[in-house]
Design a protein around this ligand. Structure first.
Ligand SMILES: Nc1nc2c(ncn2[C@@H]2O[C@H](COP(=O)(O)OP(=O)(O)OP(=O)(O)O)[C@@H](O)[C@H]2O)c(=O)[nH]1
Ligand SMILES: [Mg+2]
Length: 387
């Protein structure tokens, strides 16, 4: 009845428009985000400093820019170019592999001048909250901070950085910070390799503090340990490591232990945990770095203790640079990733080989039914591959 009158009709639609306007604006804003996969990316004003022509070309609604354009953008410290470049290296498309490889190679001479810090700890210990607080502290120290993650499960998993956007909001908004959600992927090796390449790109873009969060459980700690200069393990107050689900191997890998959540009524429990770990560390073998492992306390939420953690990192870096271990560790890591990359590539070729693929189900069945031994099955498939 009401909208049958022409005037009422206009009134109705204009009211409807007013009500829905914020939604349109929101959608428009979202579309303007340079990289829709990264909720932390700033809007277009962050293209500032770039030539207008590149600015236009780097927008996400344009086709993938050329390797040269991406490289120039990265070297100019442009976050949008960096984001798009990481999307390129994460791409599963075989036709983009070569450009991705060229881009990483081209960035390598500019990479390496940063401190790479891995952050691990059981789920819920406060890794993301810590990274936000610590990252903000580093920004105050004049550092440029990039945050990456190794999450072998999936992009949508509960723990991924993407789900942490509210927690890292402040850091992600800062013009000297870059927060990247975990790459998608099903194999830890593949995901870790991409994170490692992303480190180089971030360094070439001028980020001099790289924080890598391990989000998965199990092997992802080892993968992150093999790409960072300093490995930090966060602990919860009051619980022994069996209770925290931390394997002894992870404690052995750590260069620093930090009891997080030292706030409220958990302060005493945190001190106890600190003492317990200090005592326990005496029983561990000496570190290859030659540096003693300390146990500190902090609260990522308050925040407090960030300066002490950073001092520990800086002292460590100075000592191991002087002793030569810093470079030695990076060389060892490069050798490790050489092996990794070859193994992964060979496996990929093997899995894709047409005859292997055809024979695979039957061979698997024969082995499962005990008709063939696993050795015979493997030899048969490998022969097909070699031919
Ligand atoms: N009281 C207190 N709570 C904290 C502190 N740090 C983190 N939290 C809380 O602990 C919960 C988990 O924090 P996250 O930062 O998501 O922990 P996480 O280790 O990244 O978790 P996953 O990524 O899921 O493994 C959140 O509710 C935080 O607010 C702290 O220093 N003190
Ligand atoms: Mg987290």
């Amino acid at each position: 009845m009401l909208i049958s009158q022409p005037n009422s009709k206009i009134l109705f639609f204009s009211t409807l428009y007013e009500l829905l306007k914020p939604l349109f604006v929101g959608v428009k804003k979202f579309n303007a985000l340079p990289d829709p996969e990264n909720p932390h990316f700033p809007a277009d004003q962050e293209f500032s400093g770039l030539h207008p022509q590149w600015r236009q070309r780097l927008r996400s609604d344009r086709p993938t820019p050329s390797t040269e354009e991406l490289l120039s953008g990265i070297l100019a410290g442009d976050r949008v170019a960096l984001g798009r470049a990481i999307t390129l290296i994460e791409s599963q498309r075989p036709d983009q592999r070569e450009s991705a490889r060229q881009l990483v190679e081209a960035c390598l001479p500019q990479a390496g001048r940063s401190i790479r810090i891995g952050i691990t700890g059981s789920p819920g210990v406060g890794k993301s909250t810590f990274i936000e607080a610590f990252g903000l502290y580093l920004l105050q120290q004049g550092r440029k901070v990039a945050v990456l993650a190794v999450d072998p499960s999936s992009r949508s998993s509960k723990g991924s950085i993407l789900g942490d956007k509210t927690r890292m909001e402040e850091l992600g908004r800062h013009s000297d910070a870059f927060v990247r959600p975990s790459p998608a992927g099903d194999s830890l090796g593949g995901v870790a390799q991409k994170t490692r390449e992303a480190i180089y790109l971030c360094e070439a873009a001028g980020y001099d503090a790289i924080l890598v969060e391990t989000v998965g459980v199990g092997q992802s700690e080892t993968a992150v340990h093999s790409m960072v200069d300093f490995f930090l393990l966060l602990l919860l107050p009051g619980a022994g490591d069996e209770l925290q689900g931390i394997k002894r191997g992870i404690v052995e890998m750590a260069d620093l232990l930090v009891v997080n959540k030292t706030d409220g009524d958990r302060v005493e429990a945190a001190r106890q945990t600190q003492r317990a770990y200090r005592n326990a560390l005496h029983l561990f073998p000496a570190k290859e770095s030659g540096q003693p492992v300390q146990v500190l306390t902090c609260s990522a939420l308050q925040p407090s203790g960030m300066a002490e953690v950073w001092k520990n990192v800086v002292d460590f870096q100075q000592s191991v640079t002087a002793s030569g271990y810093f470079e030695e560790r990076r060389r060892q890591q490069a050798a490790f990733w050489l092996e990794e990359s070859i193994q992964r590539q060979l496996r990929e070729w093997f899995d894709r080989h047409p005859e292997v693929r055809t024979a695979w189900p039957e061979v698997r069945q024969k082995v499962a039914q005990g008709e063939w031994s696993s050795f015979k099955g493997a030899a048969y498939l490998l022969d097909l591959f070699k031919q």
